[in-house]
Design a protein around this ligand. Structure first.
Ligand code: NAP
Length: 291
C-alpha cells in the first residue's frame, strides 16, 4: 500500500544528466530542500500503486521528481502517479530512462524549430553527444546533408555515420564545404560563435544547450547584415508536442534503426559517472544501473 496518488518504484536504471548536475551544484532555478536524492529520470518496476499495475515497467520523469522531491538515484523512489509513465515491457531500463530528452529535443530542434527541409545543409554541434547524435540522425532522415562537429578528435569516429564529422577547432567554410542553411547547436560558447559565421543569409540557428559556455557575444552590425535567426529550443515547454515522436523514436532505438550511445555505471561508480559527464568525456548518455 502507498499513499493515494503516489507510486512506489524499484529502480533498475537512473540517468545521470546535465540537469541533475546543475541541481547537485545548486545552479538550477528549482532546488530541493536538503537532504535530497537527485535523479530527474529513472526507470524501474512498480512495487505499489493505485494507478499503475504492480510489476509493470515505468519510467519516472517530471512532477518535481529529482527537483522538489526525491529522485531516482536510489534503490526505490516514491513518486506522484503522473510522474510514472508506462514503457513497453522488455525495454532496456537504461534506454527507457535516457531516450526521452535527447529524442524529443532532437525532433523539436529539427522539425519544429529549425524546420529543416530536404536537401538543406545542416551543421550539428556536439554531434557525438546524446542530443547531437540523435539530431544528426533525425536531420539526415529529414533529407538534410549533415555535418557533425565535435570538440575532441577522439570523438570524430563517434559521430553517426549519416554525417561528415569535423573538429570544432577546424571549423571553416573550407572544412564544411561552404555555407550551411541551419545550425543545431548543443554546445554554445565559442563553438556557437564560430558556427554562426557559417550560416547563409536568412539561415537559422536552433539553440539547444551550452555545455561549452553560457555566454555569446555578437557584433550587432554583423548580426543584422547576416539576417540569421537565433531560435531557442526548450523541451520543457515542448514535451507534450513531441511526446508521440519521442515514443516512436524509442521503438526505432529498440529496433536498432537509430542509435543512442549509453555509458553504464553501477551505483558505486556514481563519482566516475558524474566526472565523465562533467568533463565532456562521456559519449552519449550516462546511466546508473541498479539491477
Ligand atoms: N534545450 C533543451 O530543452 C535541452 C534538452 C536536452 C538537453 N539540453 C542541453 O543540451 C546540452 C547537450 O545535452 P546532451 O544530453 O547531448 O549532453 P552530452 O551528451 O553530454 O553532450 C554535450 C557535448 O558538449 C560538448 N562539450 C564541450 N565542452 C564541454 C564541457 N565542458 N563539458 C561537457 N560537455 C562539453 C561535448 O562534446 P565535444 O567533446 O564534442 O565538445 C559533449 O558531447 C546540455 O547542455 C543539456 O543540458 C537542452
Amino acid at each position: 500500500m502507498t499513499e493515494p496518488g503516489l507510486t512506489l518504484v524499484r529502480i533498475q536504471a537512473a540517468q545521470v544528466g546535465h540537469l541533475d548536475l546543475n541541481v547537485v551544484d545548486g545552479k538550477f532555478g528549482i532546488l530541493p530542500d536538503l537532504p535530497a536524492v537527485p535523479g530527474t529520470n529513472a526507470c524501474g518496476v512498480v512495487v505499489a500503486s493505485d494507478t499503475h499495475t504492480e510489476g509493470s515497467l515505468v519510467r519516472i520523469s517530471g512532477k518535481g521528481v529529482g527537483l522538489r522531491r526525491d529522485g531516482g538515484w536510489a534503490d526505490h523512489a516514491l513518486v506522484p502517479d503522473a510522474a510514472a509513465l508506462a514503457v513497453p515491457e522488455g525495454t532496456d531500463p537504461a534506454l527507457a530512462c535516457s531516450f526521452f530528452s535527447p529524442a524529443g529535443t532532437a525532433w523539436a530542434a529539427v522539425h519544429t524549430v529549425a524546420a529543416i527541409r530536404p536537401g538543406e545543409r545542416v551543421l550539428v554541434t556536439g554531434a557525438a553527444g546524446a542530443v547531437g547524435a540523435l539530431t544528426v540522425q533525425v536531420a539526415a532522415r529529414a533529407g538534410a546533408e549533415v555535418i557533425g562537429v565535435v570538440g575532441r578528435s577522439a570523438k570524430l569516429g563517434r559521430v553517426p555515420a549519416s554525417a561528415k564529422s569535423v573538429l570544432a577547432a577546424e571549423l571553416s567554410p573550407e572544412a564544411v564545404g561552404g555555407t550551411v542553411d541551419a545550425v543545431i547547436d548543443t554546445v554554445g560558447g565559442p563553438v556557437l560563435r564560430n558556427a554562426l559565421g557559417l550560416v547563409r543569409p536568412r539561415g537559422r540557428v536552433a539553440l539547444v544547450g551550452y555545455t561549452a559556455g553560457r555566454e555569446l557575444t555578437v557584433d550587432l552590425a554583423d548580426f543584422l547584415l547576416a539576417e540569421v535567426s537565433l531560435l531557442p529550443v526548450n523541451l520543457m515547454t515542448r514535451g507534450r508536442e513531441v511526446a508521440a515522436d519521442a515514443d516512436r523514436m524509442l521503438a526505432e532505438l529498440v529496433a536498432g534503426e537509430i542509435t543512442l550511445p549509453i555509458e553504464r555505471y553501477g551505483l558505486d561508480q556514481l563519482a566516475e559517472a558524474v566526472e565523465r559527464l562533467r568533463t565532456g568525456e562521456a559519449v552519449g548518455k550516462v546511466a546508473l544501473e541498479l539491477t
